[in-house]
Structure formats: C-alpha cells, structure tokens
Design a protein around this ligand. Structure first.
Ligand code: AMP
Length: 472
C-alpha cells in the first residue's frame, strides 16, 4: 500500500468494513459496499450524516442546502473531516461523486478564518471543468462573498489580468494559461497561496502538462500550503506528482478499483450490425423521448454528422467536440444543461469531469478505445445517487474490444435486444436524413478547407494556450 497513506481517526460508520491494510480506503469500501447492497441508497436505519456533523460551518451548510445538497456524499463525508483537521488529501473518487464540493468546502472554511486574496488555486485540465469548478466555488461561497477568477486558454488575457487585479480569493485555472499570467501579468504572484487543488490530476499529467506543472509548483510556497489532489484513478504518474507537492497526505477513496462504476448505473450492450448503427440509434432515442442523453462518438466528423442527422429527424441535438471555438463549446454545454437541447453528441472531450446534471442515458454509438474511457463516459449518468443507464453499441467489428472492457470491469454486461424488424421500420426516414447529413457535412468541409488555407502558417504549433483544449 502507498507509503503516503496514514491512518485517519476512524469515522463512525453504519457498516463495519472487512480488514484491510489501508484504513482510509477501507472505510470507503465499507460505504461503497453498503450502497451496492441497497441499490445505491443507504439502508433506512442508517442515520445519514449532515454537513454540520462533519464540522462544516453554518453559512456553508446553508449554501449546501440552497444547492440541494441534503447530505454529504461518501467522498465528502470521508474527506471533509480530514481536510478540516488540516491534512493534505489524495482523493480517489469517480466522476459524479461530489468531489468538487469535497475540496471546495474545506478551502472556503479556511478562507473564512483568515481571509486573504489569492488564497486558493484550483488547477484543472480542461476549460469546461475549470468553469464548472468556479461555478461551484461561487455557489458555495455565495453567502460569504467569495471572489473567484477563471484563467483558461482561448479567452482574453487582458480581461483575466483585470480580474486578477481585483484580488480574487480563489483562482481556478488550466496550467498553460496560469503560467502565462505568472510570467507576464504584472503584479500577479501566488507567493502567499494557502491551498492548492489539482483536480483530475491523472488527466493533468496525461495531457503533457508535466513540465508546465513543474514550473508552476516551483513558484508556489511549500511551507504553510495545503494540497489536495483529486483523481478518478491513481496512476504511477499521479504518485510521482504527489511526491513533488504533498505533505504526508491521507488517501481517501470510494472506489474499490480504478474501474469502478456506481451501483445505480444500469449498463447494457446492444449488438448492432455496423451498417445499421444510425437506425438502431434512432430506435433507441424514440424509446427515450424526454430523457436527457449523451451520445459518444469516436471522431469530430461523426459528432457533427450525427447531430445533423438527429436534428433533421426533429431531435433536439447539439454537438460538442474539440474543434468548436471555446464560446461555441460553452454555448453547447449551457444549452444542454438548461434543457433547451436534450441530446448532446460528444467526443471524449466531454467525457471527463464535466458536470452535466441529470443525464438519464449515455449511448456509446462508437465504443471507447479502452476501459478507462468507458468508465469516464458512463460516469456522465447515475451521478450523485441518481439512477441512470448506459447503452453500448457493439458491432461485428467490436467484439474483441468489448470483451476487453468487460474484462477490465470484472463483470459481464447484459445484452439489450432491439429486434431488427423494429429498427428497420425507420429505414426510409433515416436514409433521407442521412443524405441531408452527408450534404451538410460536405458544405462544412468545403468551408473548413477555405479557412484551412488561410491558417496554414500556424500548423504544428501547439502553444500553451491550446493545451487545455483537448483534441477530438
Ligand atoms: P462532482 O463530482 O463534483 O462533479 O459533482 C457531481 C454533481 O453532484 C454536481 O452536480 C454537484 O452539484 C452534485 N453534488 C455534489 N455534492 C452533492 C451532495 N452532497 N448532494 C447532492 N448533490 C451533490
């Protein structure tokens, strides 16, 4: 077990865990098992904790109530008391577990005790995640007037510099843009920083942010600084990062393995002939009218084509992928969040960390390349105790990869059968919509070709500013 794991004060819990060498993790496995036994809900007789029970002050408890957080989630229940004891934390929690509030609440409590500008820094790998975190900081800190600035690529540096000039308490940033400001924005320094959070830490490292992170860490104070590192999985890279920046941290985890999916998630696979994927998709969507759905595809092209196909057939679909401008991506997300569109067609750019509430169904029209991505994709549903469904299309070409995913999950997923003749009924309408989509895609490519000619000079020059923007 990790040498960074220390033994926390055992919290009271309704179910005694089995013996294990890692007490912090063991406590979580206890609460996780309890959820699995009861379909995601604790048993009636188990008294649920409140935020006040964890030591959270009144104004923040009130903010939680205002946000509809009645009881802490398992990761919050486990990590908040330890953080309030002043410990550094490595939180291993799946997406949708409530991990943002788990690190924001202790940071805000410390801020209230000793208010100071540039008190906390949260690093996130993508622009969307950074915005989401800042929204939670602002929502949780609304009763205590917390000021938060967001520093991400693709947005105006000057406006961000002005926001920094207003002395925010908390900065939420992607690494490349933060370093740009540290190097170029006059008067901006994080010399007196008290809290550093790295969210989706494995992703920060995946995206080759390593050298940039090293530069940032060098200019942050080490003494008197608390560090929280949150990640869905614990890769060896994360372990090397923790060596660089954490003081004797406690590890808390609500996953029993890196391939954990929540118990309230119903997973199915549908065997689909490759050439009829669109037909089966429309059939499935017709069965789920009124539900919020994310459809994951493998490529930007497919994302656009499917969005056009669905719109042509009258569905409220919106695409989200890495080739959209930043404002288009934010616009797509907010339309989906507000419910004005109920189908988001996305590449894996949307699979990580995005807080998209109450998604009822995730459809993998293209299988993800690996099991880790599968877990992140299906983690878009069944969040924060709600139930949800994930349906994966497996074609004659995908059997091997599907078996690999099942193997990594450690269980067989049930098949959902869509009778072929039921799907075929839609053939005529879908074929017509496919023709429309092909035509529109051709127009998009032609327009892109014209633009590409003008932008040729920039090719191959992936600056810092682009690093927080994922491909695909
Ligand atoms: P996160 O894992 O931080 O992205 O959070 C996932 C979702 O759960 C977000 O929409 C949060 O607003 C919500 N959430 C966080 N904590 C709680 C809680 N204690 N009770 C209910 N919902 C929560």
């Amino acid at each position: 077990m990790s040498k960074f794991t220390a033994k926390p004060t055992p919290p009271k819990k309704p179910v005694e865990p089995e013996s294990s060498e890692d007490e912090a993790e063991e406590d979580f496995e206890g609460s996780d098992k309890e959820e699995q036994n009861t379909g995601g809900k604790p048993p009636d007789e188990a008294p649920k904790k409140t935020f006040a029970d964890l030591g959270v002050i009144e104004s923040l408890c009130e903010a939680c109530t205002n946000l509809g957080f009645k009881h802490p989630t398992p990761i919050q229940e486990q990590s908040i008391p330890l953080a309030l004891e002043g410990r550094d934390i490595i939180g291993l929690a799946e997406t949708g577990s409530g991990k943002t509030a788990a690190f924001v609440i202790p940071m805000l409590m410390a801020l209230m005790e000793k208010p100071q500008s540039l008190f906390g820094l949260v690093l996130a790998p993508t622009r969307e995640l950074a915005y989401q975190i800042s929204q939670q900081v602002e929502a949780l800190g609304s009763l205590i007037n917390v000021k938060c600035a967001v520093l991400v690529g693709g947005m105006d540096m000057v406006a961000q510099a002005i926001a920094l000039g207003k002395k925010p308490h908390i900065v939420v940033a992607t690494p490349g843009r933060l370093l740009d400001h540290l190097e170029n924005t006059k008067g901006f320094s994080l010399r007196y920083l008290k809290y550093l959070v790295m969210d989706e830490a494995d992703r920060l490292l995946d995206l080759d942010f390593g050298p940039i992170l090293d530069k940032i860490l060098k200019v942050l104070p080490r003494e008197g600084r608390h560090t929280y590192l949150f990640s869905a999985t614990m890769s060896s890279k994360v372990e090397s990062l923790q060596r660089a920046s954490l003081h004797n941290p406690l590890r808390v985890s609500i996953s029993t393995s890196s391939h954990q999916t929540v118990a309230s998630l119903l997973q199915k696979y549908i065997f689909v002939p490759y050439k009829h994927k669109d037909l089966y998709l429309i059939h499935l969507l017709n069965d789920n009218i009124g539900h919020s759905v994310i459809i994951f595809t493998r490529t930007v092209n497919e994302t656009q084509r499917i969005a056009i196909l669905l719109r042509t057939l009258g569905f409220g679909a919106i695409p989200l992928h890495g080739q959209l401008s930043q404002s288009a991506r934010l616009g797509a997300l907010s339309k989906f969040k507000s419910g004005s569109r109920d189908i988001l067609v996305a590449t894996d750019v949307a699979a990580r960390g995005l807080d998209i509430p109450s998604v009822d169904l995730v459809i993998n029209i293209d299988l993800p390349p690996d099991s880790k991505t599968y877990v992140h994709r299906v983690g878009r549903t069944a969040r924060a105790g709600k139930s949800g469904k994930a349906a994966s299309f497996v074609t004659q070409y995908d059997v091997e990869i599907w078996l690999r995913i099942e193997n990594a999950l450690g269980k067989q997923i049930d098949e959902e059968v869509i009778p072929k003749d039921e799907a075929m009924v839609l053939m005529e309408r879908v074929s017509e919509a496919q023709r429309v989509a092909v035509r529109e895609m051709k127009d998009i490519h032609e327009a892109r070709g014209r633009k590409g000619g003008m932008m040729r000079g920039r090719k191959g020059n992936r600056g810092r500013d682009d690093m927080d923007r994922e491909e695909g």
